[in-house]
Design a binder for this molecule. Sequence first.
Ligand SMILES: [Zn+2]
Length: 379
Amino acid sequence: MMTRSYQVCTRCVMDTSDTRIAFDVDGVCDHATDFYNNVLPNWHPDERGAKELQVIIEKIKKDGRNRDFDCILGLSGGVDSSYMLHVAVKEFGLRPLVFHVDGGWNSELAVHNIHVLVDKLGLDLFTEVISWEEMRDFQLAWFKAGVPHIDIPQDHAFIATLYKFANKHDIKYILNGGNISTECVRNPMEFFYYGTDMIHIRDIIRRFGAVEMKTYPFSSILRHKLYLRYIRRIKVVRPLNFRPYVKAAAVRLLECEYGWKSYPQKHFESRFTKFYESYWLPERFGFDPRRVQFSSLILTGQMTRDEALKRLEKPAYDPSTIAQDIDYVATKLRISTDELNHYFTMPKKFYWDYKNQEKLFNAGARVLRAIGLEASIKR
Ligand SMILES: [Zn+2]
């Protein structure tokens, strides 16, 4: 890879730690340009969006009339999915199947938040518990592979479980808390590779796995994206994009109405994700995911660039407790701290060092975008 001089965007806080970033003559990055040119003109979190959403909600209700559930929603306990559930039930009057994937790393806060929501809304919770022996070995395989995207075992289990339940209960609509407001800047592909590339996943398991994956839920993109979405017509709806969504206000509402408790950072509902995003990724790979999160908030007017830069001066992890966190992760994975530190210092690898279907995935994304089925750009 060519080395380039350090540069940070003049509009947001994305910088050259995202190695494929491009800047225009004014020093504005391609994330920001893409947001202003392609996302903002098509984003209507106002009356127009409200009307469009109303039509979608009525359709979901109508299609779900004789079913046990009219939609499905995965609850991580994080802000977006928690708020999404509140809105779906309290405001829209929908009847979601609510599921949670327990991969063994739930923080106590997440468990608390999931339960206060489900209890107060009077819903059943479908919990998919992943075999810890398999999960542990699967996660270790990613550490051994030396790649940055070690969160795939958690991410993939979530996606596979989502489609498994949707298929099993014949549910036609997936409610997704994903949103432009807090996620308009995308994570760079080099650090967050596709979690559904089964060729890639199988290659990592074949090389580094030690335990047979008997019960872990796998789902190939061919099955869930093409078969379930385009043949069985299961639709993904992102209601938060049709209305104003301000993170701080959502947190306040959840705290007041449910006794929900906030996290110090996005994705901290999983202890593993917290470790990975606050420590492993910035310290081993030099990429801090807060740049993506803060940049999204800056572009949508929820944070100033100055505040973001100030917060980025300090690490995302707490230096006084990080040694305990490292111990926790090692102990949980049943390896020594030395072994974990060995993975930390070993040569860096990326998805391109292993079998992958990036070209096919990118080509597929281009086709879906060209025929108007997908809007988002991932690079
Ligand atoms: Zn930018």
